[in-house]
Write a protein that binds this ligand. Structure first.
Ligand code: IPT
Length: 977
């Protein structure tokens, strides 16, 4: 059929799907520079390019693998090489919407089509060759020496053709369509990136080669034995020398083994030998099963410490080299992540080999999502349309057949966000028959009839807790039998904690619930990496491009492509620091004068870890040493005495105990900290005594006012000088630059728009009166948004305290905050605190509190209490979309200083939150990219009574009330000096 690219058929002419494994048959990579020409319609350049005599010398050069939209190249009309980034011809990002009309299976006539050509010399002496494409987005048709081999869809899945090579020069021609019927199955909330983006290879297939094999390696925790059977498509011999195994394919052997797990990824290397070929085996024995409504691995309950991972590189998109994949694996292991969901498609096969070797549990997802059918109310959804059945099954078969031999894969996920439909039943039947060793996941069908797990995305903490108790609300439209079955299933939290921008919050809260119930087999944070591209603005300044930077294209998914725990260039964000603590496999805490260590690993004792202790007083080191902790078995707890520390100097005494690798591991060096715990074991409360405020009189006139070392402007009544330091402020500050999670979905969660409509960012001050007495000054006033009747009445009372001043602020919310004429019944303020302007030269902060990274009231447990020094510029977290960042909760004291400048000391009473930056919140809010943030010439210091938490409401539940700023009369004080 001529319009193959808009038919529901998955392809034609391809060989049967099969396992991939290294072996001794020869291979030849066809990666490299190909000839390329882009055309506006599916007709491409016509038919001549298929023939080997075609002259392509004036065509562009295109690297394979790559996405053509990310490569600079010369357009058809000629002219200099140019980049398509930022234009509608380039990478496009949509979230749920299809970039084509919802008119399945057809696509528009404007269908950018890349014709590729490669001439190569046939390798000598190959009996038979197979041509393998590891991934082409979205539809490819292939010709060899002018003869059509076939075509395929399924962008993240391999396809192979028999390749009748001729001696000497051969010419491969490939036509790739950006849009195809396959597009309807690939609406995976990511950039649309066409091209031959994974490897192209020629494979020798000798006579009697092993076309396919299936390793079955079970583990029985009762007996400690593994049972091995390797099925092969041709008579072959299985050899595993380490186990003394030599047997025919299809035979079964049971033998004592060490099991495979993410913590101990024990692989037994072996071979599978037929008369024509030797294949390498990497066997991991393990059993994954649902027992009594809980997920077990090798006989014990398993809780995934997971993340969702898309493939992304800021220059090459979904074309990843091995080094980048390894970097992901190492970063994950070092952050205590032990599980990956390959959202939302099978990754490059090398990533799975790395998971087998380094140890990560994998939930592998099929390349299938039809999310955009929300725009038809799911009418015509492919999983429910017989015409698409073959295409859906084809995708699942290709996923399973390629990857069935990876011990790391423990669950097959049939799809993401694809509604419901009969074909899921057929897919489930195929899985049950082909691979009963792995449970099956599908999250979106409320009946869960084809899933071995109950699963949800983004529940609130309360919902999750109810699920743990099997007391969840019954979904609508399910039968009694379905409800009963679901309630007996284990629960897998397929996505949670939306790491978009600053955040997510509550990671430890979620994790405490997940570990409290055996029903919950863990969760997968959304998601691993920001999908941003390196780009430059008109001035040549670098920035990270997101969906909104493609100005001439609709529908745009905007900034939604940036929701990773690591930035697009793989720099870790503060979110991953918090996650590493929540996912720490050991809990270390101090109870009643002793140190308690609980081993929460699924398997493996703590014998590989060395424990040390450290004591700090007010953040200064006072002692340290090794801590004797006997090896703790998984699931067990030991309690050991605290180190004997004599004679604390006065101050806050903090004990830290940490567990670090005692020897190099494959994934981190000796000394890498796996877990830590901390407690304040003694405190000295600073003297709270201050002279009482009495006998004052009203201030009037224009003489400068003084309180101890503090001098005030007689008109504004703000602090202008403290000792030798010029400064200005404070202003009562209720605002922050909204985070992505403040722009939540739905009326209740989009608190940023409530702030905008109620004027939170444009406050106007009024001074009412000032009263002064011996060593004190009290100023009262009101701060409120222009245009609105609500506000905050406040008083600031300054008292001399030695060489400094103590400022006590009382803030009271006045006016109609509730039941305002606006559609929002309630208004939450993002912060309650004080803003000061300091000279720009004050460029360094030393503080004693949580650090060194940013912390918020719902995300600080990963940051330890200590003393830290940072430059102001290094306190900023460069989120690619500027927003609130760099806060520090529970700060006991800080000093701000700069060369040749007096130092400003601040003491919390007992603590303050602080941020210090060279711009104000409104500048942060208005900037589109960090390069637009300019030094205001001053340092803006926020000293807050409290700032609200971060949450993950950009996709998720509302921020819990306990992390908000209560709108009630509040008194707090700080000491400056
Ligand atoms: C969920 C998607 O599965 C994921 O791909 C991503 O889009 C995420 O949302 C938001 O970033 S689906 C949504 C209905 C919660």
């Amino acid at each position: 059929m001529s319009d193959y690219w808009q038919s529901t058929a998955p392809g034609a002419g391809c060989r049967a799907s099969r396992a991939q494994a290294p072996g001794d048959a020869r291979t030849m990579s066809l990666n490299g520079t190909w000839r390329f020409r882009l055309s506006p319609t599916a007709a491409g350049t016509g038919t001549a390019f298929q023939t080997d005599e075609f002259d392509d010398s004036d065509w562009d050069r295109m690297p394979v693998p790559s996405h053509w939209v990310l490569e600079p190249f010369t357009p058809l009309a000629g002219g200099p090489a140019r980049s398509m980034r930022g234009t509608s011809e380039g990478p496009l990002y949509t979230n749920t919407s299809y970039p084509i009309p919802l008119d399945p299976p057809r696509v528009g006539s404007d269908n950018p089509t890349g014709d590729y050509r490669l001439a190569f010399d046939a390798p000598d002496g190959w009996a038979h060759a197979v041509l393998r494409f590891q991934g082409v987005d979205s539809c490819a048709k292939v010709w060899l020496n002018g003869a059509e081999l076939g075509w395929s869809t399924g962008s993240r899945l391999p396809f192979e053709f028999d390749a009748p090579l001729r001696p000497g020069r051969n010419v491969l021609a490939v036509r790739v369509h950006r849009w195809s019927a396959g597009t309807y199955l690939e609406d995976q909330d990511m950039w649309w990136l066409p091209g031959i983006f994974r490897d192209v290879e020629l494979l020798e297939r000798p006579a009697d080669a092993i076309d396919d094999h299936f390793v079955h390696a079970d583990y029985d925790a009762q007996t400690g034995c593994g049972t091995l059977r390797v099925d092969a498509s041709i008579a072959s011999i299985v050899e595993v020398p380490e186990l003394g195994i030599r047997m025919a394919a299809g035979e079964v052997m049971t033998i004592p083994v060490e099991p495979w797990s993410a913590h101990s990824p024990r692989l037994y290397r072996g071979t599978l030998r037929s008369p024509g070929e030797v294949i390498e085996l990497a066997i991991g024995f393990r059993r994954i099963e649902v027992v009594g409504g809980a997920l077990h691995a090798n006989g014990t309950p398993l809780t995934f410490r997971g993340v969702n991972r898309h493939e992304h590189h800021p220059d090459t998109g979904r074309t990843l080299d091995r080094e980048t994949m390894l970097r992901d694996v190492l970063l994950m292991k070092r952050a205590n992540i032990d599980a990956v969901r390959t959202s939302h498609y099978p990754p490059h096969p090398e990533f799975l080999r790395l998971c087998d070797e380094y140890g990560l549990w994998v939930v592998e997802e099929c390349d299938l999502e039809t999310h955009g059918f929300i725009f038809t109310g799911w009418e015509g959804n492919p999983p429910d349309e017989p015409a698409w059945r073959d295409a859906l099954l084809d995708r699942l078969v290709r996923t399973v057949e390629r990857d069935k031999n990876h011990p790391s894969i423990v669950i097959w996920s049939m799809a993401n966000e694809s509604g419901t439909g009969k074909t899921f039943g057929d897919m489930r039947t195929y899985l049950t028959e082909r691979d009963p060793s792995r449970p099956v996941l599908y999250e979106r069908d409320p009946s869960y009839r084809d899933s071995d797990f109950y699963s949800l995305m983004y529940p609130s903490l309360e919902e999750l807790d109810a699920i743990g108790r099997r007391d969840e609300t019954r979904p609508d439209g399910v039968t009694d039998a379905e409800d009963e079955r679901r309630r007996a299933l284990p629960f897998l939290l397929v996505e949670y904690a939306h790491a978009m921008g600053n955040g997510p919050g509550s990671l430890s809260d979620y994790w405490r619930i997940m570990t409290a119930y055996e029903r919950i087999c863990g969760g997968f944070v959304w998601e691993w990496i920001d999908h941003g591209f390196n780009a430059r603005d008109a001035h040549g300044r670098p920035y990270v491009m997101h969906g909104d930077d493609v100005a001439d294209y609709e529908p745009r998914g905007g900034r939604f492509s940036l929701h990773g725990l690591i930035f697009a260039d793989r720099t870790p964000t503060p979110g991953i620091v918090e996650l590493a603590k929540a996912y720490a496999p050991l809990q270390i805490d101090m109870v009643a004068g002793r140190v308690r260590v609980r081993n929460g690993r699924h398997d493996g004792s703590t014998a590989d870890l060395a424990f040390t202790w450290r004591v700090e007083v007010d953040g200064y080191a006072r002692g340290q040493g090794a801590l004797e902790v006997p090896a703790v078995a998984p699931g067990e707890t030991v309690v050991v005495p605290m180190p004997v520390i004599d004679q604390f100097p006065l101050g806050e005494v903090v004990l830290t105990v940490q567990a670090a690798l005692a020897a190099d591991a494959a994934w981190a060096p000796t000394g890498h900290v796996v877990a830590w715990g901390q407690a304040t074991i003694a405190t000295r409360s600073p003297s709270a005594h201050l002279a009482p405020v009495c006998g004052g009189s009203r201030v009037s006139g224009s003489a400068e006012l003084r309180v101890g070392a503090a001098r005030f402007d007689p008109h504004t009544l703000r602090l202008r000088r403290l000792g030798d330091l010029d400064l200005d402020g404070p202003w009562l500050d209720l605002y922050r630059a909204p985070t992505e999670n403040d722009h939540g979905q739905g009326d209740l969660n989009d608190i940023a728009s409530v702030w905008a409509s109620t004027g939170m960012g444009r406050m106007v001050d009024r001074i009412d009166e000032a009263e002064a007495g011996d060593g004190w000054l009290r100023v009262t006033g009101r701060t409120g948004p222009s245009a609105h009747p609500h506000g905050v009445a406040w008083s600031m009372c300054w008292r001399a305290d030695g060489d400094g001043v103590v400022l006590e602020t009382v803030a009271d919310f006045v006016g109609p905050w509730e039941n305002t004429p606006y559609r929002h019944r309630d208004i939450w303020v993002p912060r309650l605190g004080l803003l000061f302007a300091l000279p720009g030269g004050m460029d360094e902060v030393e503080w004693f509190g949580r650090g060194p990274g940013e912390t918020y009231v719902d995300s600080y447990e990963g940051s330890r209490i200590g003393r830290f020094t940072r430059r102001i510029d290094d306190l900023q977290t460069p989120y690619p979309v500027p927003q609130e960042n760099g806060n520090h909760v529970q700060t006991r004291a800080l000093q701000i200083r700069g060369a040749g400048m007096p130092t400003l000391g601040v003491q919390g009473r007992p603590t303050v939150d602080f941020t210090a930056r060279r711009w104000r919140s409104l500048d942060l809010e208005r900037a589109m990219h960090p390069v637009q943030l300019v030094d205001s010439g001053r340092v803006w210091l926020n000293l807050d009574h409290r700032q609200q938490g971060i949450g993950s409401a950009s996709v998720g539940p509302a921020l819990p009330e306990r992390y908000r700023v209560p709108r009630e009369r509040t008194t707090w004080s700080v000491r400056l000096g």
